[in-house]
Design a protein. Structure first.
Length: 356
C-alpha cells in the first residue's frame, strides 16, 4: 500500500493519502481546500487515480477540498450520514467499507466531538484515522457542534481502544508536530481518556477546558456543510489555463518542451543560464531572451506581463526558481520548461548554435 501523511500548516490539519499499489486507486482523508493543488500534484506524480475523498467530520477550522477534487478529478465525496452536510455522493454509516483497489477502510461511527465523527480503520487493523475524536495525548473538544463528552468517551473506549494495541493511530490535527501514536500508548498515557479515568472524570475535564472559539468556524462550518463548494464557483478551475501545464508537488508550474516548440511565437522564452552556457554546447531556443538568474529580479520590468513566460535553464532547477521570482513580481502566466535544455535536446528539438 502507498501511504502519505500531509499537513496544512495554517490549521495544523493532517491529510492522508492511501492507495492500492496494484490498481493505483487512492482515497484522500480530510483534504484541505487551500492544499488542492499540492495534493493533486502528488496524486498525479505517483500515477494514482483518486476514487474518493473522505471526511472524518464537518470541520470548524478549515474548509475541505472535497468539492475541488470532485470537480477537477472526478472523485466521489464520502462523509457521515449524521453530518448534516449536503452534496456528498455517499453518506457513510457504521460498519460500511470504503474500497480502493483490493484494500478497504472500515467505517466506525465515533460521535462526541460532533454527531458525524467517523474513524476509518484499515482492513488489517494496522492503522486507524481518528480525526478529532482521539488526538495524540488528547481528544477533540466537545463544547460546540453537538459535542458530547460522555458520547466521546464511549466512542473512544468502544471503537478505538478495542483495536489491537499495536494499531497506529493517525489524528486529524496535532499542534506540536507529533504525527501519530498507538492504541497502547493512548490507553496508558492519554491524560483525558487513558488509565483508570472514568466517564465522569473525562466529562469534568472537558466541561472546564475554557477554550476560545475556533477562528474560522463561521466560514468553515457553512462551507463544509456544502462539502467545500464555494458560494461563487465562477472562474474556479486550473490556475493557469493558457497552456496544458502540470503543477508539481514542489509547487512549480511546468510545461512540456514539445508544446513550447509548437507555440514559441505566443510566449516569451527567458533563458536564465549564464552567457557561456547560452552560447555553449546545448545551444539555446530561437528567440530566447538571456537573463541570468542572478540578475532576473532587476530585469523583471523588461518583460511583457500580458504575454506568457517560459523559463529555461540547463536541467530545470534554476528556471524553476526563476518562475517563482517572476510570479512574486506580478507575472501570473509563467511556467518552467520541464527538464530544461537537456530534455529539449534529448527530444531533438531545434536550437540555435550548440553541438551535436
Amino acid at each position: 500500500m502507498i501511504f502519505r501523511q500531509l499537513i496544512d500548516l495554517q490549521s495544523s490539519t493532517f491529510t492522508y493519502l492511501l492507495a492500492d499499489e496494484a490498481s493505483r486507486e487512492a482515497v484522500l482523508i480530510d483534504p484541505v481546500f487551500e492544499q488542492f493543488q499540492r495534493d493533486a500534484a502528488l496524486i498525479n506524480e505517483l500515477d494514482l487515480k483518486l476514487v474518493a475523498t473522505l471526511e472524518t467530520h464537518v470541520h470548524a477550522d478549515h474548509v475541505t477540498g472535497a468539492w475541488m477534487h470532485k470537480t477537477q478529478n472526478g472523485s466521489r465525496i464520502l462523509l457521515s450520514e449524521d453530518s448534516g452536510a449536503e452534496g456528498a455522493d455517499q453518506y457513510l454509516k457504521h460498519c460500511d467499507q470504503v474500497k480502493f483497489g483490493k484494500r478497504y477502510l472500515e467505517v466506525r461511527a465515533t460521535p462526541g466531538h460532533t454527531n458525524g465523527c467517523l474513524t476509518f480503520v484499515l482492513d488489517d487493523e494496522s492503522r486507524a484515522f481518528t480525526g478529532d475524536c482521539l488526538l495524540v495525548r488528547g481528544a477533540g473538544r466537545t463544547d460546540f457542534q453537538q459535542g458530547s463528552a460522555r458520547g466521546l468517551y464511549q466512542s473512544v473506549h468502544t471503537q478505538i481502544f478495542t483495536l489491537p494495541d499495536d494499531c497506529v493511530l493517525y489524528p486529524g490535527h496535532d499542534y506540536r508536530g507529533i504525527t501519530c501514536t498507538s492504541v497502547s500508548e493512548e490507553k496508558q498515557f492519554n491524560p483525558r481518556l487513558g488509565g483508570a479515568l472514568s466517564e465522569s472524570d473525562f466529562s469534568g475535564y472537558m466541561d472546564n477546558l475554557g477554550l476560545a472559539h475556533p477562528n474560522k468556524i463561521d466560514v468553515a462550518v457553512p462551507a463544509n456543510l456544502k462539502c467545500g463548494k464555494p458560494d461563487d464557483t465562477e472562474g474556479i478551475g486550473p490556475e493557469q489555463d493558457w497552456a496544458p501545464l502540470i503543477f508539481t508537488f514542489a509547487g512549480i508550474w511546468e510545461i512540456s518542451p514539445r508544446w513550447v516548440e509548437e507555440h514559441s511565437s505566443s510566449v516569451q522564452i527567458v533563458d536564465v543560464r549564464e552567457t557561456q552556457e547560452f552560447d555553449g554546447p546545448l545551444g539555446h531556443i530561437k528567440d530566447a531572451q538571456l537573463i541570468p538568474l542572478g540578475g532576473l529580479s532587476d530585469a523583471v520590468g523588461e518583460l511583457d506581463k500580458a504575454k506568457p513566460i517560459v523559463t529555461v535553464c540547463r536541467a530545470g532547477g534554476r528556471s524553476a526558481q526563476a518562475s517563482l521570482i517572476l510570479r512574486k513580481s506580478g507575472y501570473d502566466k509563467v511556467a518552467n520548461l520541464a527538464g530544461g535544455m537537456l530534455r529539449w535536446r534529448a527530444l531533438h528539438l531545434p536550437v540555435v548554435g550548440g553541438a551535436d
